[in-house]
Write a protein that binds this ligand. Sequence first.
Ligand SMILES: [Zn+2]
Length: 447
Amino acid sequence: MAGLAALAIWSGPRAAEPPPAVILMIGDGMDDHQITIARNYALGADGTLAMETLPYRAAAKVLGIEEADPAMPAYVGDSANSATSLATGAVTSAGRVSTAAGTDEDLPTILEQARGAGLRTGLVTTSALTDATPAAFAAHVADRDCQGPADMSRVECAPDARARGGPGSIAEQMIAAGADLMLGGGAAYFGQRIDPNDSRSPTIIHRARDAGYTVARSLAEAGAAPPGGKVLGLFARRDLPVEWEGEEARPIEIARDGRPRVPAPFRCAANPRFGDTPTLEAMTRLALERLGGDNAKGLFLMVEGASIDKQTHERNPCGHIGELLAFDRAVTAVAAWAATRPRTLLIVTADHGHAAQIIPYPSMFSDYEKLPGIGPQYPAGYVARLRTGEGAVMTINYATNAPPEGVAEEHTGVHVPVFAAGAGAEDIGPLTSQPALHDVMLRRLGR
Ligand SMILES: [Zn+2]
């Protein structure tokens, strides 16, 4: 055996050995209920999504703390603090982007460390690139709303404002962080002047070009950027349009006879406003091609399906189902790419739970109505009924805020699913946490 070891040393690094790659895919708000809703609708109750074919399955605790008392846990997170956990391994408070609760100290991110070691790095999202999830990998601010220079006069953005010697908004910091590729929305933020009060001030897009970025408004332009060069693809002013549309859930109406009337079942439809927007799968394929090609050192890529969350806030079941399926198609593309590269770790997970749940309708307690003093049984909150591909009716309920005043649904505090494949996936325990996932990823990159 000693002889073989010596031979291995003498032959130097094996030419066929691929560089390490870590690809983190985040379905925003994609808890097990979201996954089951999309599976039921599109594939049937016994169907299987692409992410569910990955060989490792775990659950990750979403850890957060209170800003006012960092010793106290916060049981419901947002995309900012949960993405901070995944990006930095640190637990922080809701709204913070890779900064510490209480102290506002900057927390180094896995993308920054990978870039510092010479690896290629990328961020792909269906939201504005300045939104909390992608921002947490390449910016450090006290509050997620500090997206562009025009936001920096807000009180919560003061610690990072240029006027106070800070590094500026999320958009400015993301250009300075220098990821090789950023694809998503957010042109409205990157198009802002760095000094909003000075009409001669350059915009962040000017600053990006100075830093060597090709600024693309279509996927074709992004793909035509010089090989090895940096790309900033801005495909919408803010978030990208969603792929599917349909009715929003509604509160139950009580008819004159005192009986509840639930909305009629419906099917989802393609969103005509999606148009020629690049799909998450197409953006992800371009990212793999540009970051993975002719790359000796390795890569870190984060891909986010952002509007699963946003559509659930709006109680639009077709919106979040369509976005989850679009995310799953991107998973298929990454899994196929990773299967031919043995040193690749693929992790698919969510940042936090969300409001949508599947409930029985009519209520399983309808029989109780025959008892004295018990009236009709019907769901609280907002309800939509979908006719699934199997022809059955799936009733979806959103009830974290009461109608009619509840402006939007809330996140929920459940742990989130983890699916994984490839090198290092075996290091993920069956019950893990978002900071622990960060540590597994960092180890794979040799940091
Ligand atoms: Zn949300």
